[in-house]
Design a protein around this ligand. Sequence first.
Ligand SMILES: Cc1cc2nc3c(=O)[nH]c(=O)nc-3n(C[C@H](O)[C@H](O)[C@H](O)COP(=O)(O)OP(=O)(O)OC[C@H]3O[C@@H](n4cnc5c(N)ncnc54)[C@H](O)[C@@H]3O)c2cc1C
Length: 406
Amino acid sequence: MHDVAVIGAGPAGMMAAICASSRSLQTILIEKNRQPGRKLLLTGKGRCNLTNFCTVEEMLAQVITNPKFLTNCFYRFSSRDTFIFFTELGIDLKVERGNRVFPVSDKAREIVDSLHRQIRESGIEIRKGKVKSIRRIYPDFTLTLENNSTMQVKNIILATGGKSYSATGSDGSGYHLAGELGHNIITPKPSLVPLRSDNPWLQKLADLKLKNIAITIKTKDNKKIYSDFGELAFLTNGLAGPIILTASSFFRSVTGLELSIDLKPALNNSRLKLRLQRDISQHPRKKIGNLLQVWLPRKLIPVILHISHIPADSVSASLTGFQRVCIVNALKEFKFHLTGFGSFQEALITSGGIDVQEIEPYTMESLIVPGLYFAGEILDVDALTGGYNLQIAWSTGHAAGVSCCC
Ligand SMILES: Cc1cc2nc3c(=O)[nH]c(=O)nc-3n(C[C@H](O)[C@H](O)[C@H](O)COP(=O)(O)OP(=O)(O)OC[C@H]3O[C@@H](n4cnc5c(N)ncnc54)[C@H](O)[C@@H]3O)c2cc1C
């Protein structure tokens, strides 16, 4: 009988298995895919931003859900430990903008292969199969795989990931397994995901990317609840890009909220109006559509003019004061009614998952079912982009792997 069965060979499961076996525990790693680490291969656009080289406090500041729960395991296995761990596996690492850590090769494959090699060299058995049920028959567990084969193990580490990018294997089946053992699941929701909007202009703007813009999100009663600055992209059915993905992490629901884009955040309304007036007086005969070409990407010009109720072929000098104000307002508050989140298929991570109130934060052991441990995205923890989510996988995987005992 194995001492430990780790279910799921993503980053959290692989780290947990390596740590458990380093303590001479007979370890088996069960993975439904033929190869481990399919999602890991996609990370960082195939380059794998495996951690962020920052202090534990800085790391915790980037965790959106349940940072306090992660404090212990981040101290036990920090981003510095991740750096050393992979360096010892023979990977050369580099630190890029924003302290993001990547392999020098820029290949996620190198990270996956190094973990796989370490697993083989540690004598960890890898079994291909999907676990469909776990039963607690004291003092052991009985696992049943999809082909109805069963096995008995002393401890289980559940590291089956969330629900996003399900083609990589994380189809949410781990929630069901944990739920059957009595665990409470905080409803999973797509996170680091585009936001949907029914704004009709999106059809015309799709694929356009904007830099150096500001966004504000307001409630129905016009209360400002969120703002950010950076890059975004238009989709046919919503908004994407870095500042939108980040915004998606801060809300359990966005339906009914209004997002407005400030296309000229460096200038306030009165300075923008003065700038427009100056340009008009320098080029009075130019059509307003042509005049705005120095201000805006081509695709946006007819949209801004339409919102301002101004024909694109109007001669600039003919614009009334009111029309100029309308242009300024459209540039400062380009509004999008939000209708929801993108799908799990588009989401980089899942927020929600196993309720951490039922887990011991030092060991990752269940407070309900002794001998059951959790690691990685299956937990109700999530962070922003920058290598923090993989650090959660390494740190929680490490905590579970070094803690499970027989
Ligand atoms: C496109 C993309 C890019 C990303 N880039 C980054 C990045 O650069 N940096 C970063 O920090 N984070 C990134 N992330 C997030 C990061 O990949 C995840 O947070 C991380 O993979 C979670 O690790 P995990 O081991 O918990 O789960 P997963 O990686 O999802 O692994 C879970 C494993 O469990 C297996 N499994 C599931 N159910 C069962 C079952 N019932 N039986 C057997 N096996 C099962 C699955 O097949 C899978 O292999 C990215 C995510 C995506 C989708």
